[in-house]
Design a binder for this molecule. Structure first.
Ligand SMILES: NC(=O)C1=CN([C@@H]2O[C@H](COP(=O)(O)OP(=O)(O)OC[C@H]3O[C@@H](n4cnc5c(N)ncnc54)[C@H](OP(=O)(O)O)[C@@H]3O)[C@@H](O)[C@H]2O)C=CC1
Ligand SMILES: CC(=O)[C@@H](O)[C@H](O)COP(=O)(O)O
Ligand SMILES: [Mn+2]
Length: 383
């Protein structure tokens, strides 16, 4: 029985992870659940899965739940609570389905405590991939990717010689504005940005998909997971999102992983590997399938991808700067404080004004993240 903590259990990946556990309760047991604010959904989840521990990051939400809860699950709050949940002896695997930089410290502490990681929180690898991967090697723990592209790459690379890889081909849907030009993007609304053509996901990642920043984060995530040079990671726009990624080898052979657009598939694979188990995700029917098409990404219009390649190649503290600026800009866009195209300018300006720290320690990254957030907020809110 695999005993797991789900950090971010009330979100898109978190709730789908719980669905996977429901379908395989003979193999997976939830021992820790954690969320930020959503005390009501967390309480329902506690009542269903009866974990040993549950955490709400937000203290007020915790106090509301604590005041009415009568069951046996121990309740915690704050970052200390999250770390308690991520490192407890009651679990062996942590699903990192939190959104953003908030995932970094609990993930790092879980690795230090020897826990295996099923990683959805790509921002952790973007910000501190060198440190995280080094610690994972030291502790000999597994980082299994949940992100659909990286789960696909894992399967395409399986049993192969990494020296024979010519290219990792990371597919991208192109988002809701595929084919549009800068002029068309000036006044796009939050609602338009949130209508992703193929996936149903949380709000932040959906905006990242529209700006191609998600694909940029995924390029850095791929570099960290598979240690392949940036010039060997190519993004291919594939609007149908049927091929989740591919690997081209030196002999010209290409191995691809295909599946329906249902995150339960990669989540389940990450949790049950090396077993393949039955999954309720819809199966592909090749007799019904229409075209599978491919395009080169337009990085002049969708600058997020180009900015991420730049930050990734510079390395050190630069991806942390890019990520912090992006998180604040996306939040401001969602709150209708800035326009969609402002997101790119904000990230670019933060990167340009930063002097890269070549080998940052974890605490350096916390300080840089905090400074960039402050700097970007001052600029946006002019306070
Ligand atoms: N959604 C998807 O299909 C995919 C997502 N990912 C990645 O997975 C991660 C999660 O994305 P997604 O599920 O879409 O996001 P959501 O916004 O849907 O969910 C985020 C979850 O994290 C919780 N959370 C946020 N901040 C904290 C915190 N400080 N402490 C504890 N819990 C916190 C939220 O709790 P609350 O509900 O209380 O706010 C919620 O449970 C992201 O890194 C994303 O890039 C990767 C591939 C696909
Ligand atoms: C489901 C998943 O893994 C997302 O990261 C997805 O890739 C987003 O779609 P885009 O290809 O539009 O960024
Ligand atoms: Mn993805």
């Amino acid at each position: 029985m695999k005993k797991i903590a789900v950090l971010g259990s009330t979100g898109s990946i978190g709730t789908q992870t719980l669905d996977v556990v429901r379908n395989h309760s003979d193999f997976l047991k939830i021992e820790v659940l954690a969320a930020n604010n959503n005390d009501e959904l967390l309480e329902q989840q506690i009542n269903e899965f009866k974990p040993a521990m549950a955490i709400l990051h937000n203290k007020e939400a915790y106090e509301k739940l604590k005041a009415r809860y009568v069951g046996e699950t121990k309740l915690y709050y704050g970052e200390e609570g999250l770390i308690e949940g991520a490192t407890t002896d009651k679990i062996d695997t942590v699903v990192t389905s939190l959104m953003g930089f908030a995932g970094l410290r609990p993930t790092m502490r879980a690795i230090e405590a020897g826990k295996n990681i099923a990683l959805a929180n790509k921002e952790t690898l973007v910000v501190a991939g060198d440190l995280v991967m080094k610690k994972a090697r030291e502790k000999q723990i597994e980082i299994m990717p949940i992100d659909s592209e990286h789960g696909a790459l894992f399967q395409c690379l399986h049993g192969e010689d990494m020296n024979k890889v010519d290219k990792l081909l990371v597919t991208a849907s192109g988002g809701p504005f595929r084919g549009k030009k800068i002029e068309d993007l000036k006044n796009v609304s939050v609602k338009q940005c949130l209508s992703h053509p193929t996936w149903k996901m949380g709000r932040k990642i959906t905006i990242d998909s529209a700006s191609l920043m998600n694909k940029g984060l995924e390029v850095i995530e791929a570099k960290q997971l598979y240690n392949v040079d940036y010039d060997k990671i190519q993004v291919v726009v594939h609007p149908q999102s049927i091929i989740h990624s591919m690997v081209q080898y030196v002999d010209g052979s290409v191995i691809a992983q295909l599946g329906s657009t249902d995150m339960r598939l990669p989540i389940q694979y990450a949790l049950t590997y090396p077993e393949r188990m039955v999954c309720p995700a819809e199966k592909l029917d090749f007799w019904q399938m229409k075209d599978l098409t491919f395009e080169k990404p337009d990085t002049d219009t969708f600058r997020g991808l180009a900015l991420a390649y730049e930050a990734g190649k510079i390395g050190g503290s630069m991806p942390c700067v890019m990520n912090a600026a992006n998180e604040i800009a996306v939040e401001a866009f969602l709150n209708e404080q800035i326009s969609f195209l402002d997101i790119y300018d904000i990230i670019e300006e933060a990167m340009q004004s930063h002097i890269t720290l070549v080998e940052p320690e974890l605490e350096d990254l916390f300080e840089i993240d905090s400074n960039i957030r402050k700097q970007v907020k001052e600029k946006i809110y002019k306070c």
